[in-house]
Design a protein around this ligand. Sequence first.
Ligand code: ZN
Length: 335
Amino acid sequence: MSDLIQVSEATSSPVMESVGFRRGLDRLLDSGVSVDVVTIDRATSIRKIMRESYPELRHQFDPWHGAKGVKKKATAAGRKKENKDLQPWIKSLGNHFWWSCSSCGGDEKELRRRWTSFLYHVCGIHRWEQDGQEYKCYHDDLTDDQQKGKKWLQNGCAACNALKAVVLDKNLLRDLRHLTLFKHTGALEVFHSSMLKYAEKRRHFTYVSMQARLQLSIMDHNHNVGRQHDLTKSGEDKYVFHSKQSNQWVVRKLYEPTSQDFRKDLVQQVILRRLDKNIRLGDQSFHIHHPVSIPVNIGPTPKPNKDDLTGAAALASSILRFCICGMMSSHSRQQ
Ligand SMILES: [Zn+2]
């Protein structure tokens, strides 16, 4: 199910997101789809809508955005000279956030404990007591060489305190309850990326064209969703290596190539419909339904009179010339 918002329906991009979110969710609910969990990023406007209008639905945040957020804060803190020892731990911090969300089993307390355990681990402490109970890290016991070979943070040092501020941030800890189910929006990001192939952002499309392009991108996505990992001739998984901006190489399994075969079926259906003598071009069923009224243009104010506009432009130009002449004469006087 998709919905396309006309830009004139909202005053800004964030408002358009709210309008689209509310309309899309209402359409799902009205059509009888049982919605249990809604997962998006931590956008404040959507949080408010979920809290006020859909309190019966569970609201989850994408952990990828959460991991990115903590890494960004830690990176900013690590740029300070006194916190430079924090830098080698930033990648681990993001991984630990992701792991904590994925392994907490839906339990908020467990997620909090796993997440905050990072503060012990970075100091080389792998067993500790908390609230009268003994806890330990989830990794295997380290050998003496591993323990000695790692550059642990000194408990209480500046970098450690900066890390503590990131990990124990009260807004982050409050939001952990929205991260317990580990519902990430990776598939949606893939869809958005594929959508740009049909509707690139730098070009303007009419509403009808945009709607058709959106529908095509959905057909493409549905045709390719659920692809398996690609295999070599000997039946082994294929891998791809790519470098990230952070100068780190990442390896991942390669999926089967995408296919756009659905277009052949589409063209075939168009031809069959064209050959069908019972369907004429003027049939109502041929027209695309517009859910909104389409304005003549998307400007927020009425189109100005051409003479007024050219007159105003000429006046502005003469004022500019006057100012430049004034500046030049003032400058020559100073010399
Ligand atoms: Zn540890």
